[in-house]
Design a binder for this molecule. Structure first.
Ligand code: 4AD
Ligand code: MG
Length: 497
């Protein structure tokens, strides 16, 4: 039998049958007809090699099967790229009976020659020599036809990654996740893993999920009837974190530049297309940065991420652009190429009041901005906007107080359609001012002794912000519901899968 030696270890797919037999690298032997255990090449890699008849193995899931009595065309997708590879099957050779087992949703392994395609719609195709059904799928497979609604796909979130849309979204999610670590690593930041279980409410909004091992139907009680948390796992009440910021601040005052990237949890009953109960947040924190440095960092970071997506997710973005939102790519390029608008909260409220527009929530200095106001501002300036110096009453206790006694050095970044994508601030580094604010807001001082300590020992100006990862992905993908950019969304009354 003619035997071929492969050039690279376990990469038979890169081998051309006519290549010289003299290579000394004897890692793997190719024997025509015995190819079931070949290491598969991924469809993404097929684009990098010529369709010159070399033998490849691809493993993936059948998207569609069509054809005539002689030939069957299978669209096989392995998730590595949005594109499926066309597999051409000679029915007489493989048998009608066998082909009937290959249905939409089935997982198969195909070995055959990679050739330039004669047909339209694809550059190359695989002429199947050997097909193995690894996992069959029958007619109850829910993704039979194209064009399922996003609402329906949410109900089958365990299978939706097998659609083009969710394949694209989750690949983009991956690339952005990687880009975040790259940006910070390249810029001298250290990654800090903030705890997920915590005793403190960083944002002071009281929207925390409690973590307990007590029997909630019959908890141990104190004499006054209240629950005795000394008997709980941590000996005191504990919650899932709403933010890693406070811990990031501790680290920034030691390592200089740090960031967290982890899950955060909010028990707010917000059933909107922009809120999740479990979402991922990126929180850089930098010693010696003031609010202006903070704005520069945030703008540079966001532009880097959007640019990275444009450069690394081209095919997926093009697919989403064509299917859902024809303006997507233009909008992304616009954000990368243009400076963000910067103005104070007071200036923003003036713009809103002067506009004369009848808002559902009337604008008055001191009230929190609503979605409709944020949208108006972004439309008005025709670009993302960074708002600063908000009234202290509507912002968290840790923000640096301005000399006017009314505002704090907060900064929110507003994006088209998304609204607030980043919330951040310069932090109050002055011990007395911070303690004063903690007392004013009646936050239990004893819970924050460690946070206050950093203002006692070697305190300095520092700033940071939080980027909602899913809101970033919403913006980059052009999807309109936050439930469609996280694999398994957690929202009020929903924790399926
Ligand atoms: O504005 P937030 O509440 O700020 C903080 O948590 C600060 N500790 C951040 C910091 O300064 N280190 O949240 C930050 C961002 C928001 O701008 C938004 O993008 C996102 O987190 N976010 C949510 N995303 C999805 N679902 C929710 N329920 C969200 N709440 C906030
Ligand atoms: Mg906020």
């Amino acid at each position: 039998m003619k035997r071929h030696t492969f050039l690279s270890a376990f990469r038979p797919d890169l081998f051309h049958p006519d290549e010289s037999l003299s290579t000394p690298d004897k890692f793997c032997i190719f024997e025509p007809g015995k190819m079931t255990n070949m290491i598969p090449i991924r469809v993404a890699e097929l684009f990098g090699i010529p369709g010159d008849g070399r033998v490849v193995t691809v493993k993936g899931w059948v998207r569609t099967k069509r054809g005539n009595r002689q030939i069957s065309f299978i669209a096989l997708n392995d998730g590595s790229v949005i594109h499926s590879v066309q597999v051409v099957v000679d029915i007489a050779r493989h048998g009608e009976e066998f082909l009937r087992k290959i249905n939409t949703g089935a997982c198969i392994s195909v070995t055959g020659k990679l050739v330039t395609s004669q047909g339209q719609g694809q550059a190359f195709e695989i002429q199947a020599d050997h097909i193995e059904v690894l996992g069959g799928a029958d007619e109850t497979y829910p993704l039979q036809k194209k064009g399922h609604s996003l609402e329906f796909l949410r109900e089958i979130a365990h299978l939706r990654p097998r659609t083009n849309t969710f394949g694209a979204v989750f690949r983009i999610r991956h690339h952005l996740s990687f880009a975040i670590h790259k940006y910070f690593n390249d810029n001298g930041f250290f990654c800090l893993h903030a705890p997920i279980i915590t005793g403190s409410d960083a944002e002071g909004a009281g929207e925390m999920f409690q973590v307990t091992t007590l029997n909630i139907s019959n908890p141990p009680r104190n004499e006054d009837g209240s629950v005795n948390f000394r008997e709980d796992f941590f000996g005191k009440p504990a919650n899932l974190t709403v933010s890693g910021q406070l811990e990031a601040e501790l680290a920034a005052l030691a390592l200089g530049k740090v960031y967290t990237f982890g899950p955060t949890f909010r028990a707010e009953n917000s059933n909107t297309p922009r809120h999740l109960a479990e979402f991922w947040m990126i929180e850089p924190e930098v010693a010696f940065n003031d609010i202006w440095n903070n704005m520069d960092l945030a703008e540079d970071f966001l532009k880097f991420l959007v640019k990275y997506a444009l450069e690394h997710c081209h095919d997926d973005l093009e697919f989403l652009n064509n299917l859902y939102d024809k303006e997507l790519l233009t909008r992304l390029r616009f954000v990368v190429e243009n400076p963000f608008e910067r103005l104070s909260y007071s200036e923003a409220t003036n713009v809103l009041i002067k506009s004369g527009k009848k808002f559902e929530f009337p604008v008055r200095w001191g009230t929190d901005l609503q979605k409709e106001h944020e949208n108006f501002l972004v439309d008005y300036f025709k670009r993302p906007a960074i708002l600063t110096d908000y009234p202290k009453e509507i912002k968290a206790f840790y923000m640096k107080q301005n000399d006017d006694g009314k505002t704090v050095r907060a900064m929110d970044i507003l994006f088209p359609w998304i609204g607030e994508i980043i919330g951040g601030s310069q932090r109050e580094e002055n011990y007395d001012a911070l303690l004063g604010r903690i007392h004013e807001l009646q936050i239990p001082e004893k819970d924050l002794w460690w946070y206050l300590d950093t203002r006692k020992f070697g305190s300095c100006v520092h700033s940071g912000f939080g980027l909602g990862f899913e809101r970033l992905i919403l913006f980059v993908t052009g999807m309109t519901n936050i439930r469609d950019v996280i694999p398994f969304p957690r929202t009020p009354k929903n924790a399926e899968f």
